[in-house]
Design a protein around this ligand. Sequence first.
Ligand SMILES: C[C@](O)(CO)[C@H](O)COP(=O)(O)OP(=O)(O)OC[C@H]1O[C@@H](n2ccc(N)nc2=O)[C@H](O)[C@@H]1O
Ligand SMILES: Nc1ncnc2c1ncn2[C@@H]1O[C@H](COP(=O)(O)OP(=O)(O)OP(=O)(O)O)[C@@H](O)[C@H]1O
Length: 321
Amino acid sequence: MTDAGATGAGVTVRTPAKVNLHLGVGHVRPDGFHPLDTVFHAISLYDDVTVSSGDPGSGPRVRVLGEAHVGLDEVPVDGDNLAHRAARLLGRSEGLAPDVLVEIHKSIPVAGGLAGGSADAAATLVALDRLWGTEVADVDLYRLAAELGSDVSFALLGGSARGTGRGEVLQRLTDHGSWWWVVVIAAEGLSTPAVYRRFDELFTTAPAKPSPGADVERALANGDPAALARALRNDLEPAALDLRPELDGLIHRGEAAGALRGLVSGSGPTCVFLCADAATARAVAGELQATEGPRGAHVLVATGPAAGAHRVTYDRPVEAP
Ligand SMILES: C[C@](O)(CO)[C@H](O)COP(=O)(O)OP(=O)(O)OC[C@H]1O[C@@H](n2ccc(N)nc2=O)[C@H](O)[C@@H]1O
Ligand SMILES: Nc1ncnc2c1ncn2[C@@H]1O[C@H](COP(=O)(O)OP(=O)(O)OP(=O)(O)O)[C@@H](O)[C@H]1O
């Protein structure tokens, strides 16, 4: 095994997409954010971020690579990229110039409700901490993550976790399941702020305190797919369906194909389908590929819970004798 970090070639960190198995949303706060009580769940769909040293004075440079269907054209490579912001923030906090190249290999669709940008920010924090040898304490890494966005902290943690506050206050949950998901990625993304705005228009009397996901937490602890299917809930789903009415039909088609339950992931438009086992997931994915593929969607199978931001090393290719 070659340790990519130790060779000086760069440090690669892999970070998962998230789905919200429960997303309780309360009335908008004076700061414009909504109080949440959510159950985050990381799935086996990852972005890989590789950082390496750049020229002195260059600042962060970002490259984005990946398959066309993830929406690479919509990813900024300037200071607006969350990975760029993460490099600047960690550099400032550690008193180091962020003269680094950040290469993002994207598999998580852009603006899909799967927290892809947050995954890249979390990966950049962990990778640069390693590249620079700064050994930032976890508590400080989580503080920086929360500054970057509401979903970034969970991308660091992974697994299954309860999120409160605006999503950044985390408590790890017991999860005895091994869950199979079919993930349907729409051709065009949805803006998270736009979905929250529509939520405000639809639910003018939303309670100050969001609903907790106790049933989901119990189903995870018991590893019970039927109970989890019954408990799944997303308060943003009506707003996402209002903006994308065609998702309603997709959810019905997935359930008719054999999924235990389908729902919009976070702010959407990605929909996820819980399946009883691997064989069912593959069959449902096959059926949905046939109906949704011609509509421009991309279908894949993923498992959860997946690990949060973690360093990966690669085998050195075997040299020809
Ligand atoms: C929909 C979720 O993915 C569910 O986990 C998140 O709440 C969104 O998290 P995120 O994309 O990391 O959000 P941020 O980057 O922090 O905020 C983007 C925008 O989303 C809205 N936002 C986000 C989080 C939150 N608790 N309330 C909000 O109203 C705000 O309009 C905010 O300006
Ligand atoms: N590294 C990044 N990857 C993807 N988008 C990024 C990145 N940095 C900034 N962005 C911007 O953020 C917007 C939202 O991207 P992202 O893929 O994180 O959405 P999302 O998955 O819906 O997020 P969430 O589920 O956290 O609300 C994009 O449209 C893009 O303009």
